[in-house]
Design a protein around this ligand. Structure first.
Ligand code: TEU
Ligand code: CA
Length: 553
């Protein structure tokens, strides 16, 4: 296993709109991030990943870029960005930006040109097709509802958009497009950024046959969209022309991609991407907006698959991001055991094999928002999917019930800094989006002042990780894959073996550790009553107990 700095980092994702508002207009901004760097340093993270900070009309909160070389006005100026980058580097924090290059905004100059006429020089920057017998060119659907094709009046042709109609897909077949993308990547890399998270990079290559999807494929179009035949070719080209020239890392969001394809594009000998986000863990039990039941053995299986012993691949570990509900509500118990179960999830995330990605608010155990009404949502996906929901004879009430478990908006409510008005997110009484009513209790100030908080548990775990390369690179072994209540695994390093025991349930249990037993010494636990050494393989576990031991040989 080759050692790389980005395998040893803990990454923290910031959704700038909702992080901290420095100028009091109710929208988080770059100065706000700058003002909170000391906080992030106290937590101990190594790298920041910013969700898009580029000029955008914000149809999809910045995932629709109008100008790649301009900072979103609401977030500040390019000077603010440069200062943020410089300050991060002074504090030894790396900064990774979000590269959205499957599509642009329909307000991007390339598109406003492209739509004007069939022979405009920018026409082939996007994917235009004639209608088929009065219908869209194919039956492809958009993730935000309806057809993936939109007709424009200028030429009576359709353009492709996998996401909203304000997010037209770029035509990667066109070499000029690829060169423009590589140029803008160089632009940001020359500023000194430390890497890219690449938005739906799995979709950039389109099958040029433009065939209709079968009804089965229409249930999960991402699986087909991610099978573009030139994906590897484009990624290799990008690696050769851009990525290989800098000491940075790339992490591709691989929505829809199979595990095999993921292993292929992030194999270090392939020279494509360093890391990939696969969705199987974060979307366990999900069918579109429906959250179904799932079991602990199913989850464990995914972690085992992920921690493959393939020496050329390195996984990512994450239970939260801006597109998914809060982890403590999905994998933990935010009602009776919020603090304890959030700590358990912290230990799970930070003791697995792979680079961990944390998301703002996770470190204080922020929870889902209690939506009571469809109008309260901001995410365009909620309204976009409604016609299909109603067409399938599902009531608005049932839709709302599921959205309360699955909506992207749960993670986008504003960060809870203190118990003051607006949770200290903004000086102004209003903000662009909701604040969770529990902010008076769940906030950063309380978390810092309580030495037994979720925050301090994360902080300790991050510090433990930093001190032990051996733990980072250790092999992973699930010791009890079929147990329905306890998740028990070891990490076998060159020098040291670590044992992790997680009681993922509301019930106490008398657990027998299924391995030949030697003495263990406790590194960290979320239960103050845990004794410092384990002398037998029997252990009394209280609900949501989470423990990590060192095995003494
Ligand atoms: O997300 C695409 C994606 O993988 C999905 O999670 C998506 O959010 C949706 O749930 C599909 O049903 C990326 C970004 O992370 C997301 O915020 C953007 O909206 C999207 O791409 C388009 O840029
Ligand atoms: Ca602001």
């Amino acid at each position: 296993m080759t050692q790389k700095w980005w395998k040893e980092q803990v990454v923290y994702q910031i959704y700038p709109r909702s992080f901290y508002d420095a100028n009091g207009d109710g929208i988080g901004d770059l100065k706000g991030i700058l003002l909170k760097l000391d906080y992030l340093q106290l937590l101990g993270i190594d790298t920041l990943w910013l969700s898009p900070h580029f000029d955008s009309p914000n149809d999809d909160n910045g995932y629709d870029i109008r100008d790649y070389k301009k900072v979103m006005e609401e977030f500040g100026t390019m000077e603010d960005f440069d200062l943020l980058l410089e300050t991060c580097h002074k504090k030894n924090i790396k900064l990774v930006i979000d590269l959205v290059i499957n599509h642009t905004s329909d307000e991007h100059a390339w598109f406003t040109q492209s739509r004007t006429s069939k022979n405009n020089p920018y026409r082939d920057y996007y994917i235009w097709k004639e209608s088929k017998d009065g219908h869209p060119p194919t039956n492809w659907t958009s993730f935000f509802g309806g057809s993936a094709w939109e007709k424009t009046t200028e030429t009576n042709e359709y353009y492709l958009h996998y996401f909203s109609k304000k997010q037209p897909d770029l035509n990667w077949e066109n070499k000029k497009v690829r060169d423009e993308v590589y140029a803008l990547m160089h632009y940001w890399l020359k500023k000194g950024i430390d890497g890219f998270r690449m938005d739906v990079i799995s979709f950039i290559s389109k099958d040029q046959h433009f065939l209709d999807l079968t009804s089965e494929e229409l249930n999960a179009p991402e699986n087909t969209y991610a099978k573009g035949p030139k994906l590897d070719l484009y990624l290799k080209e990008m690696h050769q022309k851009v990525l290989s020239k800098y000491d940075i890392f790339s992490v591709g969001e691989a929505f829809g991609i199979s595990r095999e394809a993921m292993l292929r594009i992030s194999d270090e000998t392939a020279r494509e991407l360093d890391l990939v986000f696969l969705f199987d863990i974060i979307r366990i039990g999900r069918d579109d907006w429906i959250q179904n039941e799932w079991t602990l053995p199913q989850l464990k299986k995914l972690f085992t698959l992920q921690s493959t012993t393939d020496p050329h691949h390195w996984p990512t570990v994450f239970l939260n991001n801006h597109d998914n509900p809060r982890s403590v509500c999905k994998y933990g118990n935010h009602k009776e055991y919020r603090v304890k179960s959030a700590k358990l999830l912290a230990l799970l995330t930070l003791s697995q094999k792979g680079t961990p990605f944390l998301y703002q608010g996770e470190e204080i155990g922020m929870t889902n928002y209690p939506f009571e009404n469809l109008d309260e949502f901001d995410d365009l996906q909620v309204k976009g999917s409604l016609p299909k929901v109603l067409k399938n004879k599902i009531s608005k009430e049932i839709y709302l019930e599921h959205l309360n478990q699955s909506s992207r908006d749960h993670s986008r409510t504003v960060m809870q800094w203190n118990a003051k008005s607006n949770g200290g997110f903004s000086k102004s009484p209003m903000s662009w989006f909701l604040i969770n009513p529990n902010y008076r209790k769940i906030n950063v100030e309380n978390a810092i002042n309580d030495s037994d908080s979720i925050f301090h548990f994360y902080r300790k775990l991050i510090a433990i990780r930093r001190q032990s390369k051996d733990l980072i690179y250790a092999d992973y072994k699930d010791l009890d894959p079929d147990h329905t209540q306890v998740f028990c695994y070891e990490r076998v390093g060159l020098k040291q073996t670590y044992l992790v025991i997680l009681n993922v349930s509301n019930d106490a249990t008398n657990y027998k550790i299924p391995m030949p037993f030697s003495k263990s010494s406790l590194i960290l636990s979320n239960n103050l009553k845990t004794s410092d050494t384990l002398k037998t393989n029997a252990i009394e576990l209280e609900p949501w107990d989470a423990l990590i031991f060192k095995i003494i040989k």
